[in-house]
Design a protein around this ligand. Sequence first.
Ligand SMILES: *Cc1c(COP(=O)(O)O)cnc(C)c1O
Length: 456
Amino acid sequence: MHKIDIELIEMTLDVMKYAIGRISATEHHIGKPKKAEELKALVGDTITEKGIGGEYAFNLWKEHLSKANVPVDHPRNLAFVPASPTRAAVMFDLVTSASSIHGAYWMEGAGGIFCENEAMQWIVSLTGMPEGAFGVFTSGGTAANLSAIVTAREYWRRDDTYKREKGLIITSIGAHSSIKAMAKVADVDILLVDTEEKLTGIALQETIENLTFHQRKRLFAVVATGGTTNAGIIDDLEGIAKVCKAERLWFHVDAAYGGGALAADSVRPLFKGIEKADSITIDPHKWMFSPYDCGAVIYKEPELAKEAHSQQGSYLDIFKDEGAHGFNPTDYQIQLTRRVRGLPLWFSLATHGTDRYKESVERGIELAQIAGRMIEADPNLELVREPSLSCVLYRRKGWKPEDYTHWTYENHNKGFALVTPTKWKNGEVYETVSRFCFINPDTTEKDIQLILNSMV
Ligand SMILES: *Cc1c(COP(=O)(O)O)cnc(C)c1O
């Protein structure tokens, strides 16, 4: 398996050809999922004692399996938070794989980690956090949020008074599902302020004042959102930062989706206050055009993360020795062995420069504004709220929830577009509405118009 022969050389060329095709393609097909049984019927047994051979397996991939995926970088894939990795980043993802770098410790991965840190330095600079703030790349926003919550909780429990208390955090219902999920993992209770609109410092203060004595004792952190996943809403970060400071609470900003917009001058002022955060989550695999998977967590005081996450073991002692000194990404998040997943981002940033990133993010924001105007111009359609960042929520007048679902499947089945409905909380009711999220700068105005026209 580890030898080189002519078959291996041929396979290498085939794989490269496929990768080149994918990287240089200007059009992609929107694939469709199939049931596992259907896929099994198409490909048969793939794992056998003798193997089916690389060429045969690769053909199965090309013929059947690759087509059961929806490429996230299709210009008419506007569902959830799509993605649009740059071609340079995808290329360097290949290099990252080919280089077999263990990205946990400087001793083994210095070159790769150096590159990651160059990219991280730029991200940190966008936040405006003070000198000393730094971060690491994680598998995604979920892992970043967990790493931050655990760091905050460990810091809080330094004080013996809280050693046996179950922690409590406050966020709003606009927060991403991963906050709730990760609070569960960290065994922390969560209190949701009931607003999908901007969480304000005033609402936070009121919520704190209404806590019982014991709840207040257990409260250790607040999670604000820097661009809600559903609607692109940025909480009142400045106001929340003030309350957190006065109440001595850890201030985490989840900007997994919205973080890329820190690069966009047109909306940067909306993030005022983010520089006061104790920790921030940003997903380069969302709006910084990295391939999956690449999240990031940044800390005002990275030493606190190290106290929470640094792993101890006799087999790891060598990494703490003189000579191995350098930045060890494993110390600042939950994972030990890790891919140097910031490397593709570094190469793309180095290739294109940060101005191009600014422009590409601005384009997503502009597309949301353009879509908003098209929606207002169409008598059948109506904005639910003004577009925010690159999210647009709108309704097709007269449509019931099932109409939206039907429309989604119809467009998907035709291989035309993937646009999915969501719910928006209006007073006490959750209304089903349609949603766009723009990431891909190659999405055109015509794409948007065609999608809107399909809502007849
Ligand atoms: C997407 C998202 C997450 C989760 O990030 P993953 O990379 O999918 O783990 C967390 N928070 C927000 C605000 C998000 O948009």
